[in-house]
Design a protein around this ligand. Sequence first.
Ligand SMILES: NC(=O)c1ccc[n+]([C@@H]2O[C@H](COP(=O)([O-])OP(=O)(O)OC[C@H]3O[C@@H](n4cnc5c(N)ncnc54)[C@H](OP(=O)(O)O)[C@@H]3O)[C@@H](O)[C@H]2O)c1
Length: 330
Amino acid sequence: MSRREKAVQILQPGAPEVLQLVDIEVGEPGPGEIRIRHQACGLNYIDVYHRNGSYPLPLPARLGMEGAGVIEALGEGVTHLSVGDRAAYASQPPGAYCTARVMPARCVVRLPDTISFETGAAMMLKGLTAQYLLRRTLPQGGLQAGDFVLFHAAAGGVGLIACQWARALGLQLIATAGSDEKCALALASGASHAINYRREDFAARVREITGGKGVKVVYDSVGLDTFEGSLNSLAAFGLLVSFGNASGFAPPVQLGQLAAKGSLYVTRPTLFTHLATREATQAMADDLFSVVGSGQVKIHVEQRYALDQVVQAHRELEARTTIGSGVLLI
Ligand SMILES: NC(=O)c1ccc[n+]([C@@H]2O[C@H](COP(=O)([O-])OP(=O)(O)OC[C@H]3O[C@@H](n4cnc5c(N)ncnc54)[C@H](OP(=O)(O)O)[C@@H]3O)[C@@H](O)[C@H]2O)c1
């Protein structure tokens, strides 16, 4: 039996106005799939790349990669979930901006009762990203309490989670952000220092803060605008983790530059490699649920929209006027 639901789709890439709310048919889950009825879905910067064509999708395309709701039906072979479970996910393929969907069960986990649907929808993609960055994407010898790291766009969705998680790990996280208000928020969330990178040369400030040494890791999701400064902020043998391109794609790396700047390392990870198996997804989610459950990490849901306000939600995300996480409430 199929039912009529609502979903956001694009017919071609472009500005926020290409997002349209349409009626869709949602059927029964096949083997390895579930049907979930959403209560909320998360807004992420990757949705902008999907919408504007930076990350091309086959068209027409549905958008959204994060959601929370109730499991309505199970396909054959799904044993880790039950009908009626509260659940949440960060997952390929896109399509979370909808009332209900059929999707692979592999990336869907049970949501602890203490975590609301809104928080669940706001934290899975961003929180699992902070998890793999701070816990699994490390320099030679790892990170120890007291070490300096630099985290760009630190007042954003991933950023505010990372500030708090870094504090819980004893790291000194130097935040960058695009306004003084955002810098203050990053500091209040656990950053040891904050730099307004629209006003200041962040690489020079990082040298000052670290007594000339530089940081062990730069977590850079801004891309084009920060790439060079990020390399210049690293200590010898430091690691540049380029994990996004909010300002445009980072330029190609000249390998010789890495030698000249101190035998540096560069990596370009994506969450979805880390979520390749159900076991890995569950282990990462358990780690995230534990820091959220203990109160070490609070999920800042600062923007809330109805599904039919998705165009406005994208405008605001791109205009850099948002802080923390945003959700579409179903
Ligand atoms: N590779 C992965 O696995 C992975 C997973 C999740 C997210 N990401 C990336 O992580 C980043 C953060 O994601 P998010 O969803 O939490 O978004 P977000 O940080 O809430 O929003 C993006 C932020 O980027 C900053 N920014 C700098 N230059 C910009 C520009 N020219 N245009 C727009 N924004 C600009 C803005 O903060 P300021 O005003 O403070 O500069 C903006 O608020 C994104 O780049 C995303 O693609 C990567």
